[in-house]
Structure formats: structure tokens, C-alpha cells
Design a protein around this ligand. Structure first.
Ligand SMILES: [Zn+2]
Ligand SMILES: [Zn+2]
Length: 309
């Protein structure tokens, strides 16, 4: 399953696993079933339903003392998929293993899976969750069915959020006013104010950088390089805020003036459409260069130097 962050890949995997293992044939599938199997999948205590991700460890204490958090290790794959695939499900029709953020599989883990995926028996299902198809080796993709998840419209997201939290209308409008978040991202920001504050902080920082001197900008580039070594995703998120900022400026005319998010952006000169588009292209190129492992310090310096303000 592939699609943007927060689009619902994990939710759909769980729904799918509940559906194929549900003990009640007749229940209304739109309501949450409470049979033993569905209940255990909800509580993540089902013996035939496993989620593995970067933080997963194998049961061998000498091999996995603490979560690795940078890759999905081979021992985790071996224990949870390769070994388990040889046994029938304990209590349900299907054994399901979900690999969350499967782009973190090491080359060795990915290769070790190929044979299992080929020989897999009919009641064992492995679901890979990724953002982009190219995040997984072609040898794995060719052994799977691919399901693309599409984003629902902003209007629909707004309706769902307002329906679930009518008392939080102002917060919801703030969250939806910038960067067309997915339902998952929007819910995260709504339920955890730190996420939302981080986004606003990022936005403030970026607005300040745009209006600063070249030497400040180059210092910012150095900061990005250092941060990239420690936390790639954090930097990719920062680039996403940059991209969304310029996209928002393009459509600024219809903006709701009362929102904090909009007022943070006010110090930015609007500039011509061409300039804004050049900036968006610059960011897309920066993301590509990082993806193809160019040297981060050069990539960020280039990004800053080519920024049109
Ligand atoms: Zn059920
Ligand atoms: Zn291990």
C-alpha cells in the first residue's frame, strides 16, 4: 500500500486484517465489531497480527538490546516473517504482518524476503506500507499487488474533523489553512498541540530566514546539514513547510485573514508568480538531490543561494 504520510495506510491495513479474520459474518462492517479477533487486532494483542517498524526488536536480547530506530533489521524480518510464514495461523484464517515505513528495510532484509514472498502460503499476508513506489526495491514490488491510496479532498477532511470535534472549529481551521495536510496529519496536530506548535514554529523560522541576510541564510544551510545527519525526516519536514509556504502564497487571495497561520506569513513579499514557481522548483530539486545522496552541505547551500526573494 502506498500513499502520503497520514493518508490512512495503517488504518486500512488494520481494517483489512479485521475484515478477513472477523468471526462475525453478519455484522454491519461499518460498525466496529467486538468479536474476539477484531477486538484483539484493535488492542494489538492478536497472535496472528503483527506490525513491524524501525523500533521493532527481535526476541534475542544480545542482538537487540534497545530499539535501533534507523533501519528495520534483518533479525526482525527473519523472526516475524520468514519463520512465522512456515506456520498456520493460531486463531484466525490469516496471519498478517504489516511492515510500517518499509522504506527502512535494509538491503539485506529486503533481499532475504524475496524467497518467502514467492513461496508464501495462502493464509499468510505481508503488507508493505510506503509513501512512494520507488521506496521499495523493484524485486519486492514485482512480487506484490500494489494498492495506491489517494488523498480525500480538503473539504471532506474538514467535514470529518468538524463532525468529530465540533468544539474545536478554530483549531481545525488553523490546521487546514496551511499545507493541505492529510487526515492523519491533521488529526495528529489536533490531538497533540505540540505537533501544531512545531509547524507554526517552523513557519515562523522560515519566514525569518527569507527576510534575512545572505550570511544568516548560509548559517541556516549549515544548521540543516548538521540536522540532516541526525534526523533526516525532520529536515524533509522542514522542506515540506518551505514548499507549502510558497504554494500558499500563490493562493493567498482566498486566505482567511483572521488566522494565526496567515498572519505569520504576512512579512513575506508576494513577488511574481514566476518567482514563486522558481522557488517551488528549487525545493523539489533539493528534495531530489537529497534522495539521490548528493552531499548535503552542497545541496543546502545551493538551495539557499538559489532562493528568490
Ligand atoms: Zn469481528
Ligand atoms: Zn535482533
Amino acid at each position: 500500500m502506498y500513499g502520503e504520510k497520514g493518508i490512512g495506510k495503517m488504518s486500512l491495513s488494520k481494517d483489512f486484517s479485521r475484515l478477513i479474520n472477523c468471526e462475525n459474518d453478519t455484522t454491519d462492517k461499518t460498525k466496529l465489531c467486538e468479536c474476539a479477533s477484531c477486538d484483539k487486532i484493535n488492542n494489538m494483542s492478536h497472535p496472528d497480527f503483527t506490525v513491524i517498524e524501525k523500533s521493532s526488536m527481535c526476541s534475542n536480547n544480545s542482538c537487540c538490546k534497545s530499539p535501533n530506530n534507523s533501519v528495520i533489521k534483518n533479525c526482525v524480518i527473519s523472526e516475524n516473517i520468514i519463520s512465522k510464514s512456515k506456520f498456520s495461523p493460531f486463531m484466525s484464517n490469516y496471519k498478517v504482518v504489516v511492515i510500517n515505513q518499509a522504506n527502512y528495510l535494509t538491503k539485506v532484509s529486503a533481499e532475504s524476503l524475496l524467497k518467502t514472498l514467492e513461496d508464501i502460503n495462502n493464509n499468510f499476508i505481508v503488507i508493505f506500507l510506503i509513501e512512494n513506489l520507488y521506496d521499495l526495491p523493484a524485486t519486492i514490488i514485482s512480487r506484490c499487488q500494489t494498492w495506491k491510496l489517494n488523498k480525500i479532498s480538503e473539504k471532506e477532511i474538514l467535514e470529518i474533523l468538524l463532525g468529530n470535534h465540533p468544539e474545536k472549529q478554530k483549531e481545525i481551521l488553523e490546521i487546514m489553512s496551511f499545507g493541505s495536510p492529510t487526515l492523519g496529519e491533521a488529526s495528529d496536530m489536533l490531538n497533540d498541540s505540540i505537533f501544531f506548535e512545531e509547524r507554526q514554529e517552523g513557519l515562523r523560522r522560515i519566514v525569518k530566514i527569507i527576510n534575512s541576510s545572505m550570511s544568516d541564510k548560509l548559517n541556516y544551510s549549515k544548521e540543516l546539514t548538521l540536522l540532516y545527519r541526525k534526523d533526516k525526516e525532520r529536515v524533509l519536514y522542514e522542506l515540506k513547510i518551505w514548499k507549502n509556504l510558497f504554494r500558499k502564497i500563490l493562493k493567498m487571495d482566498d486566505a482567511n485573514e483572521d488566522l494565526e497561520t496567515i498572519s505569520i506569513m504576512r512579512p513575506i513579499k508576494k513577488g511574481t508568480k514566476l518567482r514563486i514557481k522558481k522557488n517551488i522548483q528549487n525545493i523539489l530539486k533539493t528534495e531530489d538531490n537529497l534522495k539521490f545522496n548528493a552531499m548535503p552541505s552542497l545541496v543546502f547551500d545551493n538551495f539557499i543561494i538559489n532562493l528568490e526573494v
